[in-house]
Design a protein around this ligand. Structure first.
Ligand code: IPE
Ligand code: IPE
Ligand code: MG
Length: 262
């Protein structure tokens, strides 16, 4: 657990909330860095710098309250369409932030996991990532997954190819392919599906993020720009999640009779 931080008082949580009421896996589309900077008359990259602070805060909050999986969308496959200078800045910022945060993450029992294809950012960042993943591989407090050069359609396409190859090699028959086979071929294999997705920045879309895994995830959209993300917004999202009734196709009465409702 993170140390040296004031204990969090979850103002929007009821006293008798049980840990099952917390999402086990929180995913975040961290959007709005550029607009945050522009609103303050600064260059877009300043928004990205502040975005790192917000990501650290989200990680700390999850560690403190006991949410065991956090997944952050940091760079999409489509973000290569941005100006070269911005992509270059983001690559440098990722490397620097990872180097700077690694000690603290490790101390706090955070296991780092990457989805997407970070090799496209060059050998230096790929090496930094590999050693960070390696160093933290036995940690168990929080699994922090960072989506880097990630796109869900590409992930599904790669999974389809892997399964097709297994079929060609006679290790699998097409008729026998199951949901768990497909899940096992995704970058997220081994992670539970997100229970809650937060997207900051005011856009109400998924932007090619975790399309398979979000099938039954509760979605929370906020106009708050990512650098302004804070504890209050975190708890707003958790409280909204706790007010939802997750039916997974059933009817409300069935859920209430099973769990006493929520
Ligand atoms: C999210 O903020 C960070 C990345 C996509 C890398 P943006 O950079 O998309 O900020 P806006 O949406 O342009 O304000
Ligand atoms: C989504 O934000 C990707 C990340 C947060 C890394 P974008 O800013 O790239 O999304 P669009 O282009 O507005 O859909
Ligand atoms: Mg954006």
């Amino acid at each position: 657990m993170p140390s040296g931080l004031a204990p969090i008082i979850p103002v929007t949580l009821k006293k008798d909330d049980s840990p099952e009421d917390l999402p086990q896996h929180l995913a975040i589309i961290m959007d709005g860095n550029g607009r945050w900077a522009k609103a303050g008359g600064q260059a877009r990259v300043q928004g990205h710098r502040r975005g790192v602070d917000a990501a650290r805060q989200a990680t700390t909050l999850c560690g403190e309250v006991g949410i065991p999986y956090l997944t952050l969308f940091a760079f999409s496959r489509e973000n290569w369409r941005r100006p070269d200078e911005e992509v270059h800045f983001l690559t440098q910022l990722l490397a620097l932030s990872l180097e700077k945060e690694l000690g603290r993450l490790h101390e706090n029992g955070v296991k780092l996991n990457i989805i997407g294809d970070p090799s496209s950012f060059g050998r230096k960042l790929a090496k930094t990532i590999d050693s960070a993943v390696d160093k933290t591989s036995n940690n168990t407090n929080l699994t922090l997954t960072i989506a880097l050069n990630y796109g869900a359609r590409q992930e599904l396409l790669t999974a389809a190819r892997r399964l097709a190859e297994s079929c060609v090699a006679n290790e699998l028959s097409p008729q026998a392919i199951s949901e768990s086979d497909l899940e096992g071929a995704l970058d997220t294999h081994g992670l539970p599906d997100p229970d809650l997705l937060i997207r900051t920045g005011g856009e109400v879309r998924l932007s090619n993020f975790l399309l398979w895994q979000l099938a039954y995830t509760e979605l929370f959209f906020t106009d708050v720009l990512w650098p302004d993300f804070n504890e209050a917004i975190f708890w707003d999202a958790i409280a909204a999640y706790q007010r939802r009734q997750r039916r997974f196709g059933r009817i409300g009465e069935q859920i209430e009779s099973q769990s006493g409702g929520r």
